[in-house]
Design a protein. Sequence first.
Length: 98
Amino acid sequence: MRVWLACFFVLFALAELFDWLQEFNLPLPIYILGGAFLAVASNYDRIFDSYFADSSIEASLEQPQLDSLTPSTNPISFPIASPVEDAQISQTDDNLAA
């Protein structure tokens, strides 16, 4: 019986609160400020951690990553064609053919 009575009072209180909230209106600037506050609060770690981060800790964390990379013994080379010379050769070929 106590559980039924407690559930009745809780549901009654929630229904009255819902009715009161439906009649409650705020001006638009309050909604804008509330949205800005929620945006800052949800991104607090991203915004303020970059300003207060200790650079010595970051440098010590990056050092093992640099040491773990091994340089390659085989160099990579790419052939580079000169587009200006190719264009000049094709133009002279066209002039000779004409």
